[in-house]
Design a protein around this ligand. Structure first.
Ligand code: NAP
Length: 340
């Protein structure tokens, strides 16, 4: 059976996901698209796809079995709730939503529906390097994890559009989610430290050091630098009782020229995580075809939102900000949603 998919939001990542759904993956067809800018939607629409005037029309259409949300964060809640109301599986790019209250509303709707429908776009869980790292940690040969170091560096971010809060409420969500998943643990508190400000980003507050205090006592330190100029550089290293397990340096082209011998660095997330995005959608297509979702859940999106809120509070207070999660509904019973 071919899964008929509608894509909401045809900006940067929307176009990249349309490419993978039409040119890379099988068992799926993009049958509808929409965007606030309908001309942009029309130019991104693959052959045979309808351009819908509104997200609501796309979600309700018989031509759409499942939905991919790639609009900006503040629009996600309404679009998610519409998908849940009609019982259609939905892949939603991170962040799930932009406030804890909104996350709770989405969770309440999905729980009332009675079946998982939502998968959040935390693609790192599908990356082969991260999966191998998790296997080593879970295998236990190094003993218990004690500390985890997460490095998140972007070459640059769009000036003016990317604000000083976004390292914490837009970028950190990836590091928070991967820490929960790798360590099988929830985040109980957050501290933020502000080092010397980089001159690369003008007024932008950058970089950040974030300390995530896990419920088990593990401490995760996250470096977020979003204007580091040299490329997109993602690192991770777990310090355990009897050894260290780390992500490898990504194999890259070796360049030899008058400046010497060096390895090229990925330009951005599209290049670094290209296989992870493909795998994330492979698994989504299988679950959505069965009318459900299996990857990162609404619970995981809620957890990331709590961390973002606590991190922003921590900047203001300079203190450790604690996180209180609500009881986990049975629908999200796995300790922290396991990857397939
Ligand atoms: P983008 O280039 O700005 O694209 C977003 C698109 O959605 C734009 O065309 C925007 O139109 C449109 N849009 C906004 N509100 C809408 C609404 N209510 N209904 C329909 N369309 C709407 O942004 P992007 O970089 O693709 O990011 C989109 C989402 O993906 C964000 O949530 C972002 O955090 C996430 N993302 C995830 C990753 C990842 O690694 N998983 C990477 C990049 C982005 P206008 O431009 O006219 O507002």
């Amino acid at each position: 059976m071919t899964l008929k998919v509608g894509v909401i939001g045809t900006g940067m990542i929307g176009q990249d996901h349309i490419r993978r759904l039409t040119q890379v993956l099988s068992g799926v067809q993009v049958t509808g698209v929409t965007d606030i800018d309908l001309e942009r939607a029309a130019s991104a629409a693959p052959a045979g796809a309808d351009v819908f005037d509104t997200p609501q029309a796309l979600i309700r259409s018989d031509k759409v079995d499942a939905v991919v949300i790639c609009s900006w964060g503040p629009a996600h809640e309404e679009q998610l709730l519409d998908c849940i109301q009609v019982g259609k599986p939905v892949f939603c790019e991170k962040p799930l939503v932009t406030s804890t209250e909104a996350a709770l509303r989405v969770m309440e709707a999905e729980v009332a529906f009675g079946r998982r429908l939502v998968q959040v776009g935390f693609m790192r869980r599908f990356d082969a390097d991260y999966r191998r790292l998790k296997a080593v940690i879970d295998g236990g040969t190094l003993g218990l994890p004690l500390m985890y170091k997460s490095v998140h560096r972007n070459a640059s971010v769009p000036a003016g559009l990317y604000t000083s809060d976004m390292p914490l409420n837009d970028t950190l969500v990836h590091d928070a989610d991967i820490s929960r998943w790798l360590l099988g643990d929830e985040i109980a508190g957050v501290e933020v430290r502000l080092p010397r400000k980089s001159r690369q980003g003008g007024e932008l507050r950058d970089p950040h050091i974030v300390l995530l205090h896990m419920a088990s006592g593990v401490i995760v330190d996250v470096e977020i630098s979003v204007n580091i100029a040299y490329g997109y550089d993602i690192r991770g290293e777990a310090s355990c009782e009897r050894g260290i397990a780390a992500l490898p340096n990504r194999p890259a082209t070796v360049i030899t020229d008058a400046r010497g011998i060096r390895q090229a660095i990925p330009e951005d997330w599209r290049e670094r995580f290209i296989e992870a995005y493909d795998q994330e959608f492979r698994e989504w297509i299988v679950a959505a075809g069965q009318g459900t979702a299996t990857g990162p859940s609404t619970w995981d999106g809620y957890a990331a939102t709590l961390v973002a809120d606590a991190a922003l509070r921590a900047v203001a207070s300079g203190q450790l900000e604690e996180i209180a999660m609500r009881d986990k509904p049975a629908l999200y019973a796995a300790p922290v949603q396991q990857a397939a």
